[in-house]
Design a protein around this ligand. Structure first.
Ligand code: 3PG
Ligand code: CO
Length: 529
């Protein structure tokens, strides 16, 4: 029989020698340093094709990272599947596309697109939106509206105007006597609509008011809104307040009304689930907030975001159907497991981990603990809930009830996304400090501890170029870095295999090997001999 295993995901902690703006390299982190020198260790791939993304230029992200960790395989992910579906034209043959077009036409309604306006390729891609706008004209639709969520988190922090201009150019080239498209509303993705894991439903409520009701501060264009807010409040894109585009008389140009169709063009699920519930469950007991206005619309997502909830009901592209996950396998083996994180990453170690399914395989064998996240910009408190997560982990280890335990420390990522270098170092240091407690508990109760990460972020906190005052430009997005992988207190003789081709999808087989099981045939091989 093998040994019980504790797996730690240090979210957003990449491993690279690159010195510039590297908040991991420069952090005081004696535990991580010990793990990456004195114990069996390596670095593994966490971006590009190794995690199912279209190319090796695509940085990793938590969805694809946790999917790969949790299923031991590489699946073509949303970004790639949507590209292919658009290229082949298959997307326009989907029932959802046809029905969305038909519904708006039959009711003389508008077709709305809501989504993240950037080419970050984490939640969405502006090219998908542009392709669908062109097709909507071919379909003979007359009124089309875009509700643009501004990014600055997966792309440079003040890049919104670049995407708005790109979109406005396309709109201008399409508009004529029969076809009218316009940006109708928008706002920063961390302020409206794109909340996740029910951390702050108020964000979605604000988005509902802005997009559906046209209830918000009015501007003559998205550009005017962005420039005004920037001047007034110095906002970066992700935090820009919501705005409504209105005509000369102050009437919103594109509220969502009876007879309209709505397509959410984000392909990633975590931040798409809540707004999808607001539409799909509108008349089915939805009570997360008072919707006030409940238009009769046809709603579709780019993908189906939750395979257990079948949410949303209608979707344009088949999501990856992730099978043979580690959770399912361990349940078959009768293994008790434990998962823990704070709200911001709770779904990462449960929903993403299980192939974008929100439910457990076994209530009896699986325990999940969520620590409520604070609702604050995380550079204000870079230690976040690292201590509380550790308390729960140590308690679960000491209970002796579980053979496999996993947790996610969000700090390297969530603080990294603020672009604040000093705070991010403290975030990484907070995680490091907590690792000591886990290492001690694992030693005491004889568990193996595996420490890794899902993708880079905090390892690259500076963008190219400098600000006018000579200070480095902050970088808020993920990086292409490899991630650390270390095994503490492993079974006797634990030794890494040679080679640098291993990635996140090799971790599952490594875990079950230590637990004393054979890997299922579908999984990639273990990283240890
Ligand atoms: C976010 O949703 O916060 C970012 O777009 C991606 O971050 P994550 O992949 O680390 O969750
Ligand atoms: Co992130």
């Amino acid at each position: 029989m093998g040994k019980p295993v504790v797996l730690v995901v240090m979210d957003g902690v990449g491993w690279t020698e690159k010195d510039h703006g590297n908040a991991v390299l420069h952090a005081y982190k004696p535990q991580i340093d010990e793990l990456m020198t004195k114990w069996p260790h390596t670095t593994i791939k966490a971006s590009g094709v190794a995690v199912g993304l279209p190319t090796d230029k695509d940085m990793g992200n938590s969805e694809v990272g946790h999917n790969a960790l949790g299923c031991g395989q590489i699946y073509s992910q949303g970004a790639k599947l949507v590209n292919e579906s658009i290229e082949s034209g298959k997307i326009y043959e989907s029932q959802a596309w046809k029905d969305a077009v038909k519904y708006a036409k039959e009711h003389d309604g508008k077709l709305h697109f809501i989504g993240l306006l950037s080419d970050g390729n984490v939640h969405s891609n502006i090219n998908h939106l542009i392709a669908m706008l062109k097709e909507s004209k071919k379909e003979g639709l007359k009124q089309v509206r875009v509700h643009a969520l501004l990014d600055g988190r997966d792309v440079p922090e003040t890049s919104a105007l670049q995407y708005v201009d790109q979109l406005e150019d396309v709109i201008k080239s399409l508009n004529d006597d029969n076809y009218h498209c316009a940006i109708a509303s928008g706002g920063g993705r961390m302020v409206i609509t794109m909340d996740r894991y029910e951390a702050d439903w108020g964000m979605v409520e604000k988005g509902w008011h802005i997009h559906v009701m046209g209830d918000g501060r009015k501007f003559s264009s998205a550009r005017e809104a962005i420039e005004t807010y920037r001047k007034e409040g110095g906002y970066t894109d992700q935090y820009l307040p919501g705005f409504v585009v209105a005509d000369k008389d102050g009437n919103p140009v594109g509220t969502i009304d009876d007879g309209d169709s709505v397509i959410l063009f984000n392909f990633r699920g975590d931040r798409a689930v809540e707004i999808s519930k607001a539409f799909d469950y509108m008349n089915k007991g939805f009570n997360a907030f008072d919707e006030v206005k409940k238009p009769k619309v046809y709603y579709a997502g780019m993908l189906q975001y939750d395979g257990d909830l079948k949410l949303p009901e209608h979707f344009l592209v088949e999501p990856p159907h992730i099978e043979h996950t580690m959770s399912e396998y361990l349940v078959q083996k009768g293994v008790h497991s434990f998962a823990c994180s704070e709200t911001q990453k709770f779904g990462h170690v449960t929903y993403f981990w299980n192939g974008n399914r929100s439910e457990k395989f076994s209530d009896e064998l699986e325990d999940w603990v969520e620590i409520p996240s604070d609702i604050i910009p995380f550079d204000k408190k870079p230690w976040m809930k690292a201590c509380e997560i550790t308390d729960k982990m140590v308690e679960a280890i000491a209970s002796g009830k579980y053979q496999f335990l996993r947790c996610n420390y969000p700090n390297g990522d969530m603080v990294g996304h603020t672009g604040n270098y000093e705070a991010t170092m403290i975030g990484v240091e907070s995680v490091d400090l907590m690792l000591r407690r886990l290492m001690d508990a694992c030693k005491k109760y004889d568990y193996t501890l595996i420490v890794t990460a899902d993708h880079g972020n905090s390892d690259e906190m500076y963008d190219k170029g400098t600000n006018p005052d000579g200070s480095p430009k902050p970088k808020t997005s993920h990086s292409l870095a490899r991630v650390p992988f270390a095994i503490y207190n492993g079974p006797e003789g634990t030794e890494m295999k040679e080679g640098d081709d291993f990635g996140l999808a090799n971790v599952a087989a490594t875990v079950v090997k230590i637990l004393g099981y054979e890997k299922p045939e579908w999984w990639l091989e273990s990283i240890i001999k």
